[in-house]
Every structure is written in C-alpha cells, then in structure tokens.
Ligand binder design. Structure first.
Ligand code: APR
Length: 235
C-alpha cells in the first residue's frame, strides 16, 4: 500500500515534528518520559510573557536548546528525506522543528513553521545574529535590545512565508506523510487536514496515537521513524 502511494504520488509532502529529531539525541516536547514540557511549563520559558518577565529562565532554557542543536546532528532519517527530495520522490518538507537538521542533511524545500534556533534576533530592532551569540553569553544587541532565538514563542504569530508555502504544499499534496508529531499545536496541526481535504492520502508515523489518526489512511504507531524510513528506502 504505502509502496504504491510513494511510487504513484506526483506530489508528496512530509510534515515533521520533534519526534523526527529524538533519534538525533534531541528531546521532544510531550513524550511521557523525556518530553521537555514534562519538566518545564512552556509558558514559563517559551512565551513572549517569559521573554518580558522571566528573562533569566528564558535565556537559560534557550541557551541549553541552542547548545543542543550545535552538539547533535541529523540522523539517517533526515538524510533519507533529503535523498528522496533530490530524486523527486518527495517535493517538500514542512517542519515544526527549529533544529535546522533537515537543511543540514541536504533538504532544500523546507518550510520552518516555527522558525529556527540557528539564529537569534533583537527583540527591539530586529537585527539578526547567529545563535553563537547566545553561546558566548552575549544577550544584548548593539542597540541595547534583548537578543532572543528566532523561533516562534507561545503568543507569537507564525512567519508568513513558511506558512503560505506550507499551505500551498499541503493543498497540492497527493500524499502527505506526518513523521513524529503529536499534532497538538495549532495552526501547524491543520496542515494534515488541509491535505486530506484536497484529496491527499494521509499517513501518520508516530510512536503514540494522535487526535488526527481517524482521518489518516495509514497510521504506524510504536515504530521508530528512522527504522520506517529505512524500510521505505528499499521500495
Ligand atoms: N519515532 C516515532 N515517533 C516518535 C519518535 C520516534 N523516534 N520520537 C518521538 N516520537 C513521537 C512522540 O510519541 C510524540 O507523540 O513524536 C511526537 C512528538 O510530539 P511533540 O513532542 O508534541 O512534538 P511536536 O508535535 O513537534 O510539537 C509541536 O509544540 O511546543 C511546541 O513549538 C513546539 O514545534 C513544537 C510544537
């Protein structure tokens, strides 16, 4: 079934969440044991309010996450997706992840819905810097404003261009494959539905069940993404 869908689809879109990067060593957010939000309240550390009223904890949280994406690397699953794109098996990746691993593995057409930890920018004047700034302890812009990671914080709008391109891709998809997301955050979790409403086949590969499994044509639970992609590589 999935082999035929992968072979016959003229426009295949892959949608990834934090579960795509756990095999690289990065924690996800909501897994029972290691999820970041099992230890921290996201509104305390990852929201505009935290940036304005809880700056020490905000910086400590994001400094650790910036260190993480510098220390860990894309895994074989990221490389398989990049190779599939290069040979036209998939057309794009829509990701909620901010680690930059899809691009590091070679994917070109990537819509980063929630921004990236690879950059920081000034909250006051918008000037962008590499996130190395966070690692050497500089949290202030030359203008005096506070530097924050270029990720979407709770309470902020998603960046327009990635959102629009994700909408276009989901609308054109004949096959839409979700890899490693609990699909619990809007508006990102609407893209599988948009694809479905436009006639796509929907596949969800996720350790745990998601609220959208009933809409899917195929659900694969309790499997590691890397392993599943390796299997599909053989088709
Ligand atoms: N293989 C398959 N599934 C996995 C793997 C794996 N190796 N590792 C984790 N998972 C699954 C988990 O079971 C979990 O359901 O990936 C899912 C990840 O879900 P979340 O932790 O909720 O991450 P995500 O869906 O990306 O969260 C969306 O929430 O806090 C915000 O901005 C943050 O982008 C994030 C958004």
């Amino acid at each position: 079934m999935i082999k035929d869908w992968l072979t016959n689809s003229r426009h295949t879109v892959v949608f990834t969440g934090a579960g795509m990067s756990t095999e690289s060593g990065l924690p996800d957010f909501r897994s029972a044991n290691q999820g970041l939000w099992q230890q921290k309240d996201p509104h305390q550390v990852a929201s505009v309010e935290a940036l304005n009223t809880n700056i020490d904890e905000f910086i400590d949280f994001y400094r650790k996450r910036v260190l993480g994406v510098k220390e860990y690397r894309p895994h074989n699953g990221h490389r398989i997706l990049a190779e599939w794109e290069s040979r036209g098996r998939i057309q794009s990746v829509i990701t909620q992840n901010v680690d930059g691993f899809h691009q590091q593995a070679g994917s070109k057409n990537v819509a980063e819905l929630h921004g990236t930890l690879q950059k920081v920018h000034c909250q006051a004047c918008g000037t962008s810097y590499s996130s190395e700034a966070f690692l050497d302890g500089s949290y202030r812009c030359d203008c005096g404003g506070i530097l924050r990671p270029s990720v979407v914080l709770f309470g902020e709008m998603l960046p327009e261009q990635p959102f629009e391109s994700a909408f276009d891709e989901a609308s054109r998809a004949e096959l839409f494959i979700v890899l490693g997301s609990s699909l619990s955050v809007t508006p990102a979790n609407q893209f599988p539905l948009i694809a479905k409403e436009h006639g796509a086949k929907l596949v969800i590969v996720n350790q745990e069940a998601t609220p959208f499994d009933d809409y899917a044509d195929l659900v694969i639970n309790h499997r590691q993404i890397g392993e599943v992609l390796m299997e599909w590589q053989c088709f």
